[in-house]
Unconditional design. Structure first.
Length: 254
């Protein structure tokens, strides 16, 4: 995608990677609209960053997506970039369904059904634009599992394959499909992650990701250097060692 001159909608961007990316893209000369469920956060963002647009949207609610889509397209008819940012991550124990089923269902609703519904809402409009992009957001954990977050890992693997498939289907349109593949980043996605030494500083991640977008406009995946350890374990032939390292196990998985 081109790094400037776009009109970008980022649902799920009232904090973390989403908000940081919104600010970085706005600084690069894009019109940026952030979306989220909580009006108080949207009001604060609008006050602190008057150049950003805001839209109320709950990506787990199909009715909310419909209303938000109408609002966005009415106010921003030049929209040509959709970033399906919204996502949640839960620690789960799959030994008993009472301990994981509700969590797993909420993760799939937010992380898989949310992006599917968003793309369905905007894909016809995006095809009408001369140069458009759908940016999906997967994870390094789509390629190397973290033992304590099974549903999250699976949801991001689904997003990866959805991105690959949509890229093939939309190849005959003006819509590009770009997959952002974050490593662990210092956000509030999980308790303690904001101060984790293993996680990449948020500012560093967004700066590197935006620079990759600028210098590799035809990239299919945006992979910062730190995520490649997770992304390519199987290709390198050290997948078992990568899994063990991520999960602090010995090489035999114990």
């Amino acid at each position: 995608m081109n790094i400037s001159g776009n009109t970008v909608f980022i649902p799920g961007s009232t904090s973390g990677i989403g908000l940081a990316l919104a600010l970085a893209l706005h600084a690069r000369g894009n019109t940026v609209v952030v979306g989220g469920r909580r009006t108080e956060l949207l009001d604060r963002i609008a006050a602190e960053h008057p150049g950003l647009g805001t839209v109320v949207i709950d990506t787990t609610d199909p009715a909310s997506i419909r209303v938000a889509t109408e609002d966005v397209l009415a106010r921003y008819p030049d929209l040509n970039v959709l970033v399906t940012m919204a996502g949640i991550m839960h620690i789960e124990d799959w030994h008993r369904p009472a301990d994981f089923l509700a969590s797993a269902e909420s993760v799939v609703t937010t992380n898989v059904l949310g992006p599917i519904r968003l793309i369905a809402a905007f894909v016809e409009h995006l095809q009408s634009r001369p140069d458009a992009t759908i940016m999906t957001v997967s994870s390094g954990l789509a390629f190397t599992p973290l033992r304590i977050t099974p549903s999250y890992n699976a949801s991001k693997a689904a997003i990866h394959m959805l991105s690959e498939s949509l890229r093939l289907q939309l190849a005959d349109t003006t819509v590009k499909v770009v997959e952002l593949v974050p490593p662990s980043v210092r956000t509030a996605l999980l308790p303690g992650q904001e101060s984790s030494e293993f996680a990449m500083p948020l500012e560093d991640f967004v700066a590197e990701a935006v620079e990759l977008l600028a210098t590799r406009p035809d990239a299919k995946e945006i992979q910062v250097e730190q995520v490649k350890f997770l992304r390519y374990g199987e290709a390198r032939g050290d997948y078992d060692e990568v899994v063990a390292t991520v999960n602090h196990l010995d090489p035999h998985g114990r």
